[in-house]
Design a protein around this ligand. Structure first.
Ligand SMILES: [Zn+2]
Ligand SMILES: [Zn+2]
Length: 264
């Protein structure tokens, strides 16, 4: 199937987003790629998260709300824009780093369990068992969160970034049983499973088919999860690989009904 949405893009309002990541750029790209829905997911979270303090202090709500005002001015027939956020896991509180009052202000929310470069004790980074254990715990805590009913999708599950090793090592270590436990509950909580296409940036279709992500995605489907797709774009180039979303959807045999309602 053709994927006609992207529910994970960052703009220049995220401090890791480039100046070229503008609303105009995404609107033009959506037209080029035939997308009908764009979900803007700039970073947003509690400014007191230890280890990620400066990063989230730079994104108070008033800052992100500038994007909301910009989106309101866009009038593009056939294209729907959503004001969302990618929030964070708060390690000491074992909670999602957003209040209910803040969550109410967004059209959708994605939460990763894998920003371990910011939120996990540094000594776990190359201790693969501890690293996996941390992410499994974070995943379960997010599902059990007081704000879980506001969560649209789990973002780039177990896909760590900025690590001194191939992140796939960690995904390969996780047994099917663990995925079953997590994905059963994800489906039960009505939280979607995001397929963050960024991992496939430099892959051929055959490499995508053979890659360890497909085992994780297939299990999510088998255990009843609905899906969203996202590019995790932070600049004006990261959409070039987005047709990989269609390849992944076809490999999984996804149908319209397998997508989360918000992106159908
Ligand atoms: Zn992320
Ligand atoms: Zn992101």
């Amino acid at each position: 199937m053709k994927i006609t949405h992207d529910f994970h893009v960052h703009t220049h309002y995220s401090i890791c987003g480039q100046d070229s990541a503008t609303v105009e750029h995404y609107v033009a790209t959506a037209k080029k790629l035939g997308l009908k829905k764009i979900g803007f997911s700039d970073h947003f979270g509690d400014g007191n998260i230890p280890g990620a303090r400066g990063f989230y202090r730079a994104h108070p709500f008033e800052h992100n709300a500038q994007l909301k005002a910009e989106l309101a001015k866009v009038n593009e027939p056939g294209l729907q824009l959503y004001f969302g956020c990618e929030t964070e896991y708060h390690t000491p509180r074992r909670e999602v780093a957003i209040t209910e009052a803040e969550a109410e202000k967004f059209d959708f929310i994605v939460v990763p369990n894998s920003h371990t470069h910011m939120i996990m004790p540094k000594e776990y980074i190359t201790n693969y068992d501890k690293h996996v254990e941390f992410m499994v715990q974070a995943y379960e805590d997010i599902l059990n969160s007081k704000v879980s009913r506001y969560i649209t999708a789990m973002a780039h599950q177990f896909d760590v970034c900025l690590m001194p090793f191939d992140p796939k090592i960690l995904i390969e270590m996780i047994p099917d049983d663990t995925f079953k436990r997590l994905f059963d509950k994800t489906a039960e909580k009505n939280i979607a499973f995001e397929i963050n296409v960024a991992y496939s940036k430099n892959m051929t279709p055959q490499q995508i088919a053979d890659d360890c992500h497909m085992r994780m995605f297939s299990l999510a489907k088998d255990y009843g999860c609905k899906f969203t797709f996202g590019s995790d774009s932070h600049d004006n180039k990261q959409h070039d690989f987005y047709p990989n979303a269609d390849i992944i959807a076809n490999l999984l045999g996804l149908k319209e009904d397998d997508l989360a309602p918000i992106c159908r």
